[in-house]
Design a protein around this ligand. Sequence first.
Ligand SMILES: [Zn+2]
Length: 248
Amino acid sequence: MTASNKIEKIRWPVRTRCAFCYGVHVTVVSTPEKGWNSYHCEDCDKDFTVISNNVFQKTHLSSSQVLAIIRIFERRQLKKKPSVLCKIVNVHHWTMTKIIDRIKGYETVGNLLHTPIVSLIEESLQDPEVGFDSESIDVAILLVTYKFLTKDPKWLKAISGCSEEVVSKALDRIRASWPEGKEFEEEDKEHNWYDSEGWESPKAAVTLTLHVLCVCGEINRDPQTGIYSISEERRSKIDGVIESACVC
Ligand SMILES: [Zn+2]
């Protein structure tokens, strides 16, 4: 598999989607041996490649350089000095600094993470046991950002687009449900989200759903046993609905 194909698999784990409108009605324009495959979107009529509308657009980086940066991003090594990272990627120090700044920007990081999550959620909707609403999509983004990128509330707020209140509540729930430094660890041993199956794994979708519901406060997770139960908050809401339905 070429570096370019690997990047496509990361950005589009389930199927190729328009880089601008997320549409799925896309056709292949060209697949050159070197460089990027190009596609055309039937929905918004734009041409795109895997690096369109994200941090790598107009950078003139080769596919192997882009892949090297994505790996650094995935391993959460962005805090390393640009002078060290530029040697790994084989770019000029100045270019590396510029790319790190761009990656840390709200829209670009959000976009990198957002696409695989949206694909996963859309696919998982076909499974009747798994469901998401728009609010839990935000929480899913927050959760994945926490897991893969940063635990800093300031960045979590910027990337997820959630309010300060939601972020701080979510962090409280994460801390109450998992021992520090071992967040989401037990489940991940069984269902590696970034394995060769990528985001398509139905088990990963169920695990993500449980995590999201937990971070939303709908269910609780016992940090010792790992067993999930309906939270008091949710139970009182359900009781309220039952009570009002019984008034006759
Ligand atoms: Zn489009």
